[in-house]
Design a protein around this ligand. Structure first.
Ligand code: 4AD
Ligand code: MG
Length: 521
């Protein structure tokens, strides 16, 4: 559609417009800004538009007196996500997010958007996922993606600052790294190939060449589990270090995660505020992490080991009874407010506030009901946990319930871990692996450990895991030519972002999630 040229046309060249994140440097000045209409509210002779440009947000005031009838009429026709350029003056307004406002004196319309499908009303998550290409424009997704970007930057800064070299592992691979059950099979010309589950085996080869390296790339797992912690395509950061022990690796993981958390707290204050993240809670992870052997973690899980005079199982019983009390209270309040809303007679503003409170209470009600359903199941599974098996998601929640910092669980039963893990001296049924469990129920964010260097033990392990020996010959060469103690770990980027953002599901921590049943958009 062709738009009429308005009376007062903003005229800055594209590259001269000021980005919204830099507006503060232009208080009192006339600037040109451009972006998309995120919200529009009208009153007589005035329009208030929240503009977003990707770098930030700003309220813009458009008045008929300033713009003239023709241009003002055009402004009032701007639907959500229409794209515009405004010229105007930047003024301070402490009531606005960011404390600024632009008083618009002229406008240029790039495009008047069709009716935008994502309205202000609450949408179901399936609808939002179908519209992920548009959903990314919402403020919450903006905040999450900005945190993700900061996490990525912090990761590079940390490793580069410590003399690690970034190197890339292939995505087409012939070898299974993390077991054969969840491989995506594909074809590489006339050969069978897999999409990489982990760059680790290549990382080990590169560490023998360069000393300390890290890979940062996409990894693929054909897990059919539809949980909030699983993606079928996710990004992994895998450092690998020659001449490193398990103990050195635990120290490195702690320094690394604390450095990432610190940088996110420092640079993403606004984003974390948008996400309503409890940053005091996050800050607690800057304290030393808890270090438990698998045996100790099992004892905590089963309520056999106390921490600060408390058992995990008792704490969960307490949580359950608190949730029941909370639900009773919430239900009463909700009934009360719904009665008020029904009675009517409220002014528009008061009614809107009441409706918002009702929505909040309903969210709380749902959360509490979920806890009341979940906790007994978790307790049951914790009590019945069999020594020697792997922790499930709920077991991780129970173990970490006692702490506000991550828990590093090391020395795992050999039978449940990958083929490459090094045996613990004097306890060959255990291996020098580590899982890092994030607090607040976020579960495993890091897996890693020290690698087996003894070629015979490694061969036995390859046979035991029924892996094709000849295809691992290149990997065994690393133990034939100057084998050294070495170790490494993998951080799941989306697990980390989900935790730092305090969001519920991994699908929001990646621009276009790949999950079972979700290949589009
Ligand atoms: O524990 P995992 O399987 O370990 C490895 O792949 C090792 N080769 C890493 C190494 O030592 N170099 O995976 C590492 C991390 C997990 O802790 C988790 O954060 C993440 O990758 N992860 C997933 N993230 C999202 N969706 C999935 N399906 C994931 N599976 C693992
Ligand atoms: Mg793991």
């Amino acid at each position: 559609m062709k738009t009429e040229i308005p009376d007062k046309v903003a005229t800055a060249a594209l590259g001269q417009a000021v980005s919204l994140s830099h507006l503060r440097q232009h208080i009192g000045q006339q600037v040109c800004i451009q972006g998309w209409v995120q919200n529009r509210r009208d009153s007589k002779g005035l329009s208030f538009i929240v503009l977003r440009d990707g770098s930030g947000f700003c309220q813009c005031v458009l008045s008929e007196g300033e713009l003239g009838e023709n241009a003002f009429a055009q402004a009032q026709a701007l639907g959500l996500e229409s794209s515009v350029q405004f010229a105007g003056r930047v003024v301070e307004d402490p009531r606005q997010l960011g404390g600024l406002e632009v008083q618009v004196s002229s406008l240029h319309i790039w495009h008047i958007a069709e009716d935008y499908p994502i309205a202000k009303k609450a949408h179901g998550v399936d609808f939002l996922m179908d519209n992920r290409h548009l959903w990314l424009r919402s403020k919450r997704q903006w905040a999450i993606m900005r945190v993700r970007n900061q996490v990525i930057y912090a990761i590079h800064r940390f490793f580069q600052g410590r003399g690690f070299m970034q190197m890339d592992a292939p995505i087409f691979t012939g070898n299974a790294c993390e077991g054969t059950t969840d491989l995506f099979e594909t074809e590489f010309f006339d050969q069978k190939a897999y999409l990489s589950q982990s760059g680790q085996l290549y990382g080990e080869a590169m560490a023998m060449a360069m000393g300390k390296i890290y890979t940062f790339g996409p990894t693929f797992r054909a897990e059919k589990s539809k949980t909030r912690r699983h993606l079928n395509e996710f990004w992994m950061i895998e450092p690998e270090m020659a001449f490193y022990s398990l103990e050195m690796t635990l120290d490195l993981i702690e320094d690394f995660l604390q450095s990432v958390i610190g940088q996110v707290l420092e640079h993403c204050a606004l984003e974390l505020e948008v996400l309503e993240r409890d940053t005091d809670m996050l800050r607690k992870s800057l304290q030393p992490f808890v270090r438990f052997t698998y045996d100790e973690a099992v004892a905590v899980l089963k309520g056999q080991k106390e921490v600060d005079g408390k058992k995990a199982t008792d704490l969960l019983e307490e949580d359950l009874s608190k949730a029941r009390d909370g639900l009773r209270e919430t239900n009463e309040k909700l009934a009360d407010m719904e009665a008020q809303a029904k009675k009517g007679g409220l002014k528009k503003g008061a009614l809107a506030r009441l409706e918002k409170e009702i929505q909040d209470l309903k969210t709380r009600q749902r959360d509490l009901e979920e806890s009341i359903r979940n906790i007994p199941v978790w307790l049951e599974s914790a009590r019945n946990f069999e020594y020697g098996s792997d922790f499930g998601g709920s077991d991780e929640t129970v173990i970490t319930r006692m702490f506000s910092v991550p828990v590093m669980v090391y020395h795992w039963p050999k039978v449940i871990k990958a083929f490459y893990m090094k045996e613990v001296e004097g306890a060959p049924h255990l291996v020098k692996g580590v899982d890092v469990l994030a607090p607040e129920g976020y579960g495993e964010v890091v897996g890693g450990g020290e690698r087996e260097t003894d070629i015979d033990k490694l061969k036995d392990s390859i046979i035991h895991h029924q892996l094709p020996m000849n295809e691992f010959e290149w990997y065994l060469d690393l133990r034939r030519y100057g084998s050294v103690p070495h170790a490494g770990f993998g951080l799941g980027l989306e697990r980390c972002v989900t935790w730092l953002c305090g969001i519920h599901h991994l699908r929001e921590a990646i621009p276009f999630p790949r999950l079972m049943g979700r290949l589009f958009p």
